[in-house]
Ligand binder design. Structure first.
Ligand SMILES: Cc1cc2nc3c(=O)[nH]c(=O)nc-3n(C[C@H](O)[C@H](O)[C@H](O)COP(=O)(O)O)c2cc1C
Length: 380
């Protein structure tokens, strides 16, 4: 019996295994709307046996997109195309989640395949018009990055309301679970971190002030998100920079989030600043991300919060060991799923959980089983 292929119940959602496809933006939407690319890209993960498929970060405000290609859920026209994705994923045996987010001062970037730098400084012929990013203060995310507009208390109220409206739309679209993106230097993270939030009003200053937006968003989303459906919260558990947010802060926040109806803490890290020399957010810290989940879990498991580990998980036995050693309850896999969307099914084969291909889509499974039996016959 493996833990990886054991079920996990969160509220009324029953996950068939512990394998979660981590949210991965495809930068391929038009007006915030996903298309056929998304159906095939995400559909493969449901055919590939994952227990839960996370759809990429959807911006709750138009200004909160990272790039023009990012997904959005700031209006009701964006619901139906998402519903199509959710339905396909569910019909093919996986649960489906959506991540809600706001890019904050990291908004208005060029596409990753054009360098991922600020649009404002891009000299790419035909590039789109940059837009005004927003943040806790007017401090840019790094040297050479545009100055964000500092959000007023009234602006922040709108952000919180827009999270709630997006949560309602996500329910209308049929998602089983919802995640809130409070990591990687995006808006909520930039309010949490003392490195980015130097406000002196009630949304800044001490830990309570810096946590206020994160908690208000959790409450607002929970108010619109059905009580039987789980709510995930992705944190940068550490900033990884001197004087920054750290694991102890994450534990304090996680406990407060739990009181507001959050069920899973998704332990990522980093991203609070972008170095002048690199346009891509460095992800070198990911190797240690599992260690952050491991440090967070003992503090939050007794109160009923689940922990999700993510970062450089590529190997079935590595994933199983993370669960066996009690470092996490759920395993999120990102880039390895891009490499092999059948990772979950291949893992089940490798672990002898599914020797007869019973977990495969019925259109494939019996053929693969027969192929194997035939090979055996021919060899004997
Ligand atoms: C193409 C790409 C897009 C991503 N988009 C998101 C996103 O929308 N939301 C998010 O929280 N993380 C995003 N991430 C981070 C992944 O979810 C994951 O945390 C990270 O890749 C580390 O896991 P891995 O080593 O298994 O890839 C993205 C990563 C990649 C490679």
């Amino acid at each position: 019996m493996t833990l990886l292929f054991s079920s996990h119940q969160i509220r009324e959602l029953h996950l068939k295994n512990r394998i979660v496809v981590s949210p991965m933006t495809q930068f391929s939407c038009v007006d915030g709307v996903p298309g056929d690319w998304h159906l095939v890209h995400l559909g493969r993960f449901s055919l590939g046996g994952a227990g839960l498929v996370f759809v990429e970060q959807a911006a709750v405000q138009e200004v909160g997109r990272v790039t023009y290609g990012c997904l959005g859920l700031w209006n009701s026209q964006q619901v139906a195309p998402l519903a199509r994705l959710a339905q396909f994923i569910k019909e093919n045996g996986a649960a489906v989640a959506l991540q809600l987010g706001h890019a904050g001062r990291k908004a208005s970037r060029d596409y990753p395949w054009f360098g991922y730098g600020p649009l404002a400084t891009s000299d790419r012929p035909g590039r789109e018009q940059e837009w005004q990013a927003v943040g806790p203060t007017d401090a840019p995310v790094g040297d050479g990055w545009p100055v964000p507009a500092k959000l007023t208390a009234a602006d922040i109220e709108h952000v919180v309301e827009d999270y709630a409206k997006a949560a309602k739309r996500a329910d209308d679209a049929g998602f089983d679970a919802l995640g809130i993106h409070a990591a990687h230097g995006y808006l909520i993270h930039s309010f949490l971190s003392p490195l980015a939030n130097t406000r002196e009003d009630s949304y800044g200053g001490d830990m309570d002030g810096r946590m206020r937006l994160a908690l208000e968003v959790a409450s607002a989303v929970r108010s619109q998100w059905p009580v039987h459906k789980p709510l995930f919260y992705r944190l940068s558990t550490v900033d990884g920079e001197p004087g920054g947010w750290d694991v102890a802060d994450s534990i304090v926040l996680a406990k407060a989030l739990h009181k507001r109806g959050v069920d899973v803490i998704d332990c990522s890290s980093g991203g609070i600043s972008v170095p002048a020399t690199a346009n891509m957010t460095p992800r070198s810290m990911m190797v240690s991300q599992i260690a952050y989940a491991e440090q967070v879990r003992p503090a939050i498991q007794p109160i009923g919060l689940s922990t999700m580990a993510v970062g450089q998980i590529t190997d079935p036995h590595q994933a199983e060991t993370i669960l066996r050693k009690g470092k996490a309850d759920l395993i999120a896999v990102g880039r390895e799923m891009l490499f092999n969307p059948n990772w979950a099914l291949h893992t089940a084969l490798a672990m002898d959980v599914d020797p007869s291909y019973a977990l495969w889509p019925r259109q494939y499974g019996s053929w693969l089983e027969r192929r194997e039996l035939l090979d055996l016959d021919e060899r004997s």
